[in-house]
Design a protein around this ligand. Structure first.
Ligand SMILES: Cc1cc2nc3c(=O)[nH]c(=O)nc-3n(C[C@H](O)[C@H](O)[C@H](O)COP(=O)(O)OP(=O)(O)OC[C@H]3O[C@@H](n4cnc5c(N)ncnc54)[C@H](O)[C@@H]3O)c2cc1C
Length: 320
C-alpha cells in the first residue's frame, strides 16, 4: 500500500489534535508515515502509533526552534525523498501552509490548501474545499506530481487504529537558506485556559448584540460550560469588546468546529466566511429575520441575555 507522509504538529512531544485527524484521513489513501521534528520528536511515537502511523521519522535539532520554517521544509523534503509518498498531508495552520507550499515548489507538485475532507480517488486523493466565502463546496485533485495537501482542523474524527509506529531517525542536511531568518525573541500569549480558537471542537461567539465588553462574561460562561473557545464578530472586535485574535470571519480566523454557537450575530457574509463549514450551527438572535437563521441547524429567536444564561445553567446542571 502507498505511504502517505503526515507532518506532525507537536509541542515538546505532545501531539496536537489536528495531526491525529490527519492520520484518520491518511489511512483512507494509504499507510501513514509521520514526520516529527524538533524537541520531543521521539516522544510523539506512542500516540502516533496508536492512531495509525506505521512509521515515525524523527529528527531533533535546535534549528527547528531557532529559525523560521525552512529547516522544517528541508526535513520534510528529506522524508519525501526517502519515502516517495503517494501524498503529503500537513495541518492547515499559517506555518503548515507555508511549509506545504515551499515543499510543493521544491518537488514540482501541485498543492491544495484548507481542505475540509479527503477521500481516495482513482487518480489520487480528492480534496473537498469551501470556496468564495463558503458559497461553494469544491472537490479538487492535484494533477501534477505528488499531492501536497493542507487540511483544516476538525475536518475528520480522531480514531484509534493501532499500528507499528516504528521509529526511524531521519537524516537531514539543512540547506543554506535554513538559517536565513532567526527567531530573536518569544513572548508566550497569556493563557485563558480555553482551547485554541481554530482547533476547538466547540466555538461560542458573540457579536454586536452582546453590547459591551463587560457582557462578554455571558458568552465566556457558556463557552466554559462546554469546554469551548470564544469567538467574536468584527463588530464586537472593532468596538474593543474582545481581542482581534478572537475574530471569526473573512478578515479573522477561519473555524470549522463540530458546534458553533453565534450569539447576537447577524450573519454577514464576511462572518459566515469564517464559520460556515462548522458541522452544527446554532444561533441566538432577537431578530427572527436575521440572515444567520438561513444557515443554522438550530435557531433561537430571543434575547441572548435571557437565553444564554439559562442554557449555561442547564448545561452545568446536567454535567453536575
Ligand atoms: C472587507 C470586510 C471584511 C470583514 N471581515 C469580517 C470578519 O472577518 N468577521 C466579521 O464578523 N465581520 C467582518 N466584516 C463585517 C461584517 O460585514 C459585519 O459588519 C459584521 O459581521 C457584523 O457583526 P455583528 O453580526 O456582530 O453585528 P450586526 O450586524 O450589527 O448584528 C448584530 C445582531 O445582534 C442581534 N442582537 C442585538 N441585541 C441582541 C440581543 N440582546 N439578543 C440577541 N440578539 C441581539 C441583532 O438582531 C443583530 O442581528 C467585514 C466587513 C468587510 C467590509
Amino acid at each position: 500500500m502507498a505511504e502517505v507522509l503526515v507532518y506532525v504538529d507537536h509541542v515538546d512531544g505532545a501531539v496536537r489534535k489536528p495531526t491525529l485527524e490527519l492520520l484518520t484521513l491518511a489511512r483512507r489513501i494509504g499507510e501513514p508515515v509521520a514526520v516529527a521534528l524538533g524537541n520531543g520528536a521521539a516522544g510523539t511515537a506512542t500516540v502516533l502509533a496508536e492512531h495509525g502511523a506505521v512509521k515515525v521519522l524523527t529528527h531533533e535539532a535546535s534549528e527547528y526552534a531557532d529559525y523560521l520554517v525552512v529547516p522544517k521544509v528541508d526535513a520534510l523534503q528529506a522524508a519525501y525523498n526517502s519515502v516517495s509518498p503517494a501524498a503529503v498531508l500537513v495541518p492547515s495552520s499559517a506555518e503548515g501552509k507555508e511549509i506545504a507550499a515551499r515543499l510543493a515548489v521544491r518537488v514540482g507538485s501541485g498543492v491544495i490548501t484548507d481542505a475540509t475532507d479527503l477521500e481516495a480517488g482513482d487518480s489520487g486523493p480528492i480534496a473537498t474545499q469551501s470556496a468564495f466565502a463558503a458559497s461553494f463546496t469544491t472537490k479538487s485533485r492535484v494533477s501534477k506530481g505528488t499531492p501536497v495537501i493542507t487540511v483544516k482542523p476538525n475536518s475528520a474524527p480522531v480514531e484509534a487504529a493501532p499500528a507499528a509506529g516504528t521509529v526511524e531517525a531521519l537524516a537531514v542536511t539543512f540547506s543554506e537558506q535554513a538559517t536565513g531568518t532567526k527567531v530573536t525573541a518569544r513572548t508566550p500569549r497569556a493563557s485563558t485556559g480555553r482551547p485554541d480558537l481554530t482547533e476547538a471542537a466547540i466555538v461560542v461567539s458573540g457579536g454586536r448584540g452582546v453590547n459591551g465588553a463587560e457582557n462578554f462574561t455571558v458568552i465566556e460562561a457558556l463557552a466554559d460550560s462546554l469546554g469551548a473557545a470564544v469567538g467574536a464578530s468584527r463588530a464586537a472586535v472593532d468596538a474593543g469588546w474582545y481581542p482581534h485574535s478572537n475574530q471569526v470571519g473573512q478578515t479573522g480566523k477561519s473555524v470549522s468546529p463540530q458546534l458553533y454557537i453565534a450569539n447576537g450575530i447577524s450573519g454577514a457574509i464576511q462572518h459566515r466566511a469564517g464559520m460556515q463549514t462548522s458541522k452544527t450551527i446554532v444561533a441566538v438572535n432577537k431578530d427572527a429575520e436575521a440572515p444567520i437563521f438561513d444557515l443554522v441547524d438550530y435557531g433561537v429567536v430571543g434575547d441572548l441575555f435571557d437565553v444564554v444564561p439559562q442554557l449555561t445553567e442547564e448545561i452545568n446542571t446536567r454535567k453536575g
